[in-house]
Every structure is written in structure tokens, then in C-alpha cells.
Design a protein around this ligand. Sequence first.
Ligand code: ZN
Length: 371
Amino acid sequence: MITTSLPLPVQSPGSSHSLTVHRFGTPGARPQVYIQAALHADEIPGMLCAVHLRERLTAIEADGAIRGEIVLVPVANPLGLGQTVLGHAIGRFALGDGGNFNRDFPDLEPGTADRVRDRLGSDPDANVALVRAAMTEELAAWPAATPVAVLKKTLVGLALGADLVLDLHCDAEGAMHLYTLPTSGEVFAPLGAWLGSTATLVAEVSGGDPFDEVLSRPWVSLAARFPHIPLPLASHSVTVELRGQADVDHTLARTDAAAIIAFLRNVGALAGTPPALPEQPGIVARLDQSETLTAPHAGIVVFRAAAGDMISAGDPVADIVDPLTGAISTVVAASSGILFARNSTRFATPGKRLGKIAGNGSRRSGKLLGL
Ligand SMILES: [Zn+2]
């Protein structure tokens, strides 16, 4: 394992932040897999999973059994990890400007297309190398003035050359689930099976330019833009939601790390045979057909369904109890599917998001992800 430390801009005199990067295997070997944890800095399950992954990968490397290259960033957001307000960790949004740490990554596709338009040829491997180089140039030209922007630019730079990217997150309360592009669903189906994922949510464009999407979507867009050029999808990325924020547990983290190791073996990044693929229990659902349940008015939230439950249209999901009168409004599902995430607060304001169902809901458009 080679560990490097990448400095981030000094926020104030006397303070410093840096990104720690662990590399396993031979630099430049393929497949290259990039794994990061806790971009939303208050989502800790991925961070513990990364600890167990580091232990496993260190042992595997000592056995000479790493074939590709693994890049592991166990704390992807040191800036957010340092944010607390009155005892509460604030890791999803930057306190400076309110921006979501997993939104507004640079869309490198248009500029990359301009750079490669007249240089693509008939050799797919040469085209992939050309596009990767152009994306690197495009990223270098992306202006990053603030520490948060530099952090985002650095993370994209670390992941840009990878064949596979795993971004480890979690929900407030949740069952294991994944987000990826439709074109990458098949690639990550074995990972979902080993992790015991309940649902894989797919969208061509989810809105907001989250980290995973800006790494893989350019390849899909470029292939569509240049349909007569052989250009394979050279980067597949996935956001892994490791259940809920409180699901921080050695057993879970060890199990999740083992699932990721199995996936790394399956794609040939590690030597060895992965365990038999469990039957995929989860569903694949379109993100734009997922349903967000909201509170009709203020009140105490009493859930009547657990994360991971199969829900049918019309089923009660939560009661909203008026604490002054005792009156109860029951929030029912409009669609059928899996309740894959719930809010962790137990008092709702009007319109508060309570939970999400992956299933057959009405088509939505615009920004499909939450705040
Ligand atoms: Zn997250």
C-alpha cells in the first residue's frame, strides 16, 4: 500500500486539510477501481467499511494477489467532517454556501467532445486513451477557487482514469440500495447481489451532477454524439447507499467489505474466485418513477413501515399525529415497490420528505435526487 496526502487550500491561517489516498497493486494496472467513502461527511458506514477494506486489501497485497490497481480514499470530505453546529455534525452541505457536497461536479462531456472531435479514429483502445486525456485536460481547465471546489476537482481527478468507481454513502435510515446509470446496471448487479441490495435506482440523468454520474455519463454521451466511432463505455460508476446513518457496526462493515472484495475478484482486479453469486433479491427501478412521500401537515412522525419493506399502493407508511388534538393523518403509498429509505427525524413540518419507494410510481422530471 502506498499512501499519499494531497493538501487542500488553507481555509484560515493555522488550519490545514488534506486528502489521504491509499493505492494497492501496480500503478497503471487494469482494471483500476476507485473507491471513496463519506463524501457526505456525516455518512459514516462507508468510512468504517473502508477501514475493513484497507485491512483486507493490505493482506491480499502481501499475498501478491492484486492484479489491477485499487485506489481507496477512506475520508473523501475532510472539510465536511470538521463541520459541527451546536453538537450536530453537518456533513451533507457546506456551511459556507449551503452547497451539497455531492452536487455540481463538473460536466466534462461538452468540452471533451470539442477536444476529441477531429481526433477519434477506428481503434477503440486509442479512442479511450484519447478521451481520458481530453477529460483530464478539461478538468484541469475547470476553475476551482474555493476549498470545496478544489476538493471536488481533486476527487474527480483521482477517479477519472478508473474503469470502475464506487462512491460509498448512506441514507438517513435505509435498506441497502444503489444508484447508477442504466448502461451500468448490469456491471454492478453482482455487487448489488453480494451486498444484499434491495433496489438499484437507474437514471440517464438524475440532475444536480453528483460525483458518480460525472465520471460515467460523459462516456455514454460521447458514444451517442459520435455513433459511428468505436468508443466503449470505459468508466462505470455507482453510488452505494450502505443503509442508514446509524448503521455503523463492525459486523455490517466487515460483511460489506467482503462483498466489495468479491466484486473486485469478479472484475479481475484481485486474483481468486469470488463466492457464488447470491440470488439477486433486489429490484431494478427507474429513479424517475421512485415516489417521495411527504407530510401533509406538521406533526409527530410514527412510521408504520420499515426500511426495506415491500409496499403496495394504498399501504400506510406513516402516521402524522397532531400533538395538540391527537388527530392522525395516515400517509399512504401511491405506488408499489420497496420502501428503501426513511427520514430519521420524528417531527415533520408541512411537506417534509418522509420516505422513498422504488417501484412503479408516476414519472417525474427535473432534479430527481433530494436536496
Ligand atoms: Zn450521501
